[in-house]
Design a protein around this ligand. Sequence first.
Ligand code: NDP
Length: 454
Amino acid sequence: MPYDFDLFVIGGGSAGVRCGRIAAGHGARVGIAEERFWGGTCVNVGCVPKKIMVNAAEYGQWAQDAAAFGWSIESHGHDWGKLAAARDAEVSRLSGIYTRLLQGAGATVFEARASFLDAHTLQVGDRRITAERIVIATGGRPTRLDIPGAELGLISDDLFALKALPKRVAVLGSGYIALEFACILRGLGAEVDLVYRASLPLRGFDEDIRLALAEALTAQGIRLNADTSPTRIARVGDQFMLSLSTNFMREVDAVFFCTGREPNTAGLGLDAAGIETDANGAVVVDDDHATSRKHVFAIGDVIHRVNLTPMATAVGHALADTLFGGNPRKVSYENVPTAVFTSPPIGTVGMTEAEAAARGPVDVYVTRFTPMRHAISGRAGRRTLMKLIVCQKTRRVLGAHMLGEDAGEIMQGIGIAVVMRATKEDFDRTIGIHPTAAEEFVTLRTRAREAGVA
Ligand code: NDP
């Protein structure tokens, strides 16, 4: 046989592991290399440990809310070490499962760095390996802004290595990571400043959600510094002084850069293989995820498209089915449901009102209410917002958005309806589950406004 492997996967994260495992299951001779940790960002320094910490932050507030329901709970504060140990044990368990799944499927696993020597040859640790097809699934990594003292700031990976809760924190940025981190740290008791350059957090999301989110963040005591950029970080004893473009300063125990991630392509030897990248360093791929060398593919965050784990696994699976399973198929990048695990969380699928209105007339349905739990608990900033955007012509629901308890859980089901091209009338004839917040999605009777009308 001319090549050592039918398929070699570089990177053992969500995309690479799924692709390698399924390809091996189809009978391909698969090798896969990972230099850092199996399961990649999601399992080790992303979704999984983050969600555990979101739960931890929420429990503290639930314990307080319980008083209104008649419970008398004495709090002795939060034990960071205990949470970290439970979180790390779960991460190790899941990371182990990833390796075992690969080995169980018959893939050859390399705990080493891989880089291209030429288009079919890789240096994997101290070995040279050839492969007929190669998949680049090396993910991304957090970046810092280029400001003086940037090296004093933390990146998202660092949250999971901290030995104690920093008491005063500045979180830079207002994307997914910044907002989730701000809510976790605040929920666990830190004073939090969120510093972002836009006028509202979470650019790209529906405007009503962004407005409601800003209210909810303020209500839980997160200080919002909108229209503001960080200009410098300086060390002052054990603390840091963060200078802002507004000429204000913040003395804090930690500064987190949550200002974006970049594709992990540096040092991969892509030039040696003739593989193109774009200005952001992302691997350029076509609709089949093929790179500029047609036997080399790239999937997951390294292509910097929709940087979400379920997207990466779905694409990895489809690629393996296409190449080795006799089942050529593509995964749609449209109508991808997503959640931001803020407090309360956000769930969304489909177009924002502005996106939909730019394409034609839409009916907009919005409701805001206090969910039953918080009617009793009285906790501030926990009003729920739900919104549907409906095409006037086809009556299809083009977008659904929610800020409120369990938004991620609720939006998964709504996502199915939107992907199936459900109409508003389909929503209306669905019987609600009572009493829930979710039932509001099928009882939105009165149009709040129309948009996109010429
Ligand atoms: P995002 O793209 O969501 O946010 C980046 C933030 O950095 C934005 O607020 C952006 O501001 C800001 N920023 C970028 N450049 C600058 C600059 N030069 N100066 C000031 N601010 C700047 O990236 P994240 O790193 O938060 O997350 C990466 C991706 O990971 C997400 O897009 C998402 O796909 C995924 N993710 C998903 C999660 C989930 O599913 N729950 C959780 C975490 C991450 P501006 O908006 O003004 O550009």
